[in-house]
Design a protein around this ligand. Structure first.
Ligand SMILES: [Zn+2]
Length: 212
């Protein structure tokens, strides 16, 4: 499995094509959001959860590759992240993010997966959608944040370049006082990690008990 803690210390304003051969380009990394109460950066929250998830999966016998292990540099962009998953032949490319909104009342968890685009995602669409459904269910069950469901995206560079099943989890909203305050605690970071571990193991067809 490849775990991708979203963003990094600095965003990256270079652009890259949104899919192989595309003339549509998007910025590599807008930098992510930040906790309205905690002041924590999204990049660091993503990293903390990823670092907790890794040993849970390894203990269950899953080989894990991380796209990054610290928050210290300029974001590599989304093609580079997808290539790490492709090179690893990941059974699942799990991208960890938290959301931001101009509406401070928006809260809860949702999971994104690639829309069907012939030549780009047709080979990973069904499995990605299945992974999204399973992981979202386990995450909400463990974290107990409001369930915002699943969302299909055709415009995510990191999806369109992936040759492996891929999902992007938005744990909660760092622009919401409740979500942010909870996600900033070690206890809730652990809950997210356990939920993601259970979802990932179920997707891989394994028992999820080793997660907690
Ligand atoms: Zn993000």
């Amino acid at each position: 499995m490849v775990i991708d803690a979203g963003h990094d210390l600095r965003g990256n304003s270079e652009t890259e094509p949104i899919g192989p051969g595309s003339s549509t380009r998007k910025i590599k990394d807008g930098g992510g959001t930040r906790g309205v109460v905690s002041g924590l950066t999204e990049a660091e929250l993503n990293m903390r959860v990823a670092a907790r998830l890794r040993p849970l999966l390894e203990r269950a016998g899953v080989r894990v590759v991380m796209t990054r292990t610290r928050t210290s540099g300029t974001s590599m962009g989304n093609i580079a992240r997808a290539r790490i998953a492709n090179r690893a032949g990941a059974a699942l490319f799990l991208r960890i993010h938290a959301d931001g909104s101009t509406d401070p009342g928006a809260r809860g968890s949702h999971t994104l997966y690639p829309a069907l685009r012939i030549g780009w995602t047709d080979d990973i669409y069904a499995q990605s959608k299945r992974a999204a459904r399973i992981v979202q269910a386990e995450l909400v069950r463990t974290l107990r944040f409001p369930d915002r469901g699943l969302q299909e995206r055709s415009d995510f560079t990191g999806f369109n370049w992936a040759d492996t099943p891929v999902i992007l989890v938005e744990m909660g909203f760092m622009t919401n006082r409740t979500d942010d305050r909870l996600l900033a605690t070690a206890a809730y970071q652990r809950r997210v990690a356990v939920g993601l571990c259970r979802g990932a193991l179920r997707f891989l067809g394994r028992q999820s008990e080793p997660c907690s």
